[in-house]
Design a protein around this ligand. Structure first.
Ligand SMILES: *Cc1c(COP(=O)(O)O)cnc(C)c1O
Length: 397
């Protein structure tokens, strides 16, 4: 059994804050500060350029990739860390399209995070070979998989509603139709059990600053199925993905296996934060996390529906059909969220009208859920959100 009291003690959260936004930016694991400090003083400060070899900076993207692999059912040597998720989406899609050259359609859905769609649009335009990005409603994805599809590019958990796609079933359908399957695990890794091997995903990508708590701007990860490891073309052919970066050849030759998905110099300070943040998962069972997060989400839905009748549930009611977050709709959702944040209950808002709350049993329990609903009910019953100040949109919502 996972000891959630212990995991709770590993996070450094400000007093008086109920943090329900780990789906957007995970909180700071206490040991990260010292680890980054040590990296700066003992590694960068003392070792200088020698750190690439003696402190293992060069091999870190793969070593940490293996640690993430254990959380998503990927074997060692199939995951590498670096760049941002948008970049990794681009690489995965470019590689997948090159592996299926006779097809021209990329299938995604309207619940996907826009950056994934934007990256696809940009890539298809650059390729200029008549590719089409087909975007259907999430419920229509399964029926839209036919023998015109080159690649399905889906995000397992919908960022706005938490709705969960059936990764294994959709991947099977894609393969039966002769397509490749890319899965974005941005809201899955560290939130729900994931098995990229069992589901037979061709490529998977994700970020580490959400449920993996590695800090703002932390690097992303990419998984390539072993069967594509030596044939996938990385698209962004930077020197760190070269077979021999320090041979300084004038021609690009892709590195062995997952190495080729590296692009440029890794962000070593951010890698140190990520490495330390992953320690939180030692001794944690994803099945226990899943069970506890469904219990918390169910409790939240029950309490909100009983006490806040103005809000409409935007997430699947059935816990097995949603990720680790619950969203409610309200026309004044933005102002309501600002009022909540002012009272220390931190969730976020996603246009046009969704109040989004993430439930992470690593540091949130039933007491926090009940206390958050107390504040929400008060804000709604007394229209405390109804001020010009709370309606003023900030740069980041
Ligand atoms: C959070 C998120 C992103 C963000 O991409 P970055 O390049 O890290 O800014 C992309 N796609 C999905 C599905 C996300 O949830």
């Amino acid at each position: 059994m996972t000891d959630f009291k212990r995991t709770q003690s590993l996070f450094s959260l400000p007093a008086g804050v109920i943090y329900l936004d780990g789906n957007s930016l995970g909180p700071l694991p206490a040991t990260v500060t010292a680890r980054v400090q040590r990296m700066m003083t003992e590694e960068w400060g003392e070792l200088l350029i020698r750190g690439w070899n003696s402190a293992g900076w060069m091999v870190q993207p793969r070593r940490i990739g293996d640690r993430i692999g254990r959380l998503i059912g990927a074997p060692d040597g199939t995951v590498v860390v670096g760049d941002t998720l948008s970049i990794k989406v681009y690489q995965a899609l470019a590689s997948a399209l090159a592996l299926n050259p006779s097809r021209r359609v990329v299938l995604s859905d309207s619940g996907n995070f826009p950056s994934d769609l934007y990256m696809a649009e940009g890539l298809l335009k650059t390729l200029d070979r008549g590719h089409e990005l087909k975007v259907v409603a999430p419920e229509e994805v399964e029926a839209a998989i036919d023998d015109t599809i080159a690649v399905t590019m889906l995000t397992e958990v919908d960022y706005r509603t938490g709705r969960l796609h059936d990764m294994a079933a959709l991947t099977r359908k894609a393969h039966d139709a002769g397509a490749l399957a890319i899965w974005d695990l941005a809201h899955s890794a560290g939130a729900i059990p994931v098995d990229v091997s069992g589901a037979k995903a061709d490529f998977a990508v994700g970020c580490t600053y959400k449920y993996l708590n590695a800090g703002p701007g932390a690097p992303a990860f990419i998984y390539v199925a072993p069967k594509h490891a030596e044939t996938a073309r990385p698209a962004l052919s930077g020197w760190m993905g070269h077979q021999s970066p320090f041979a300084f050849d004038l021609d690009y030759r892709p590195g062995e296996g997952i190495e080729r998905m590296r692009v440029g110099t890794p962000p070593v300070i951010a890698m140190a934060a990520l490495d330390a943040a992953l320690d939180v998962w030692d001794g944690v069972s994803m099945d226990d996390v899943r069970k506890a997060s469904i219990t918390l989400g169910d409790l939240f839905i029950r309490e909100v529906e009983a006490r806040c009748p103005e809000l409409t549930l935007a997430s699947p009611r059935d816990g097995s059909q949603r990720g680790s977050q619950v969203s409610f709709r309200h026309d004044e959702g933005y102002a309501i969220m600002q009022a909540l944040i002012a009272r220390g209950v931190i969730g976020d808002f996603r246009a046009p009208d969704a109040l989004r709350f993430g439930f992470t049993p690593l540091y949130i329990g039933e007491a926090e859920v009940r206390a958050a609903v107390d504040v929400l009910a008060d804000i709604l019953a007394n229209r405390r959100w109804d001020t010009a100040e709370y309606r003023k949109r900030a740069l980041v919502t």
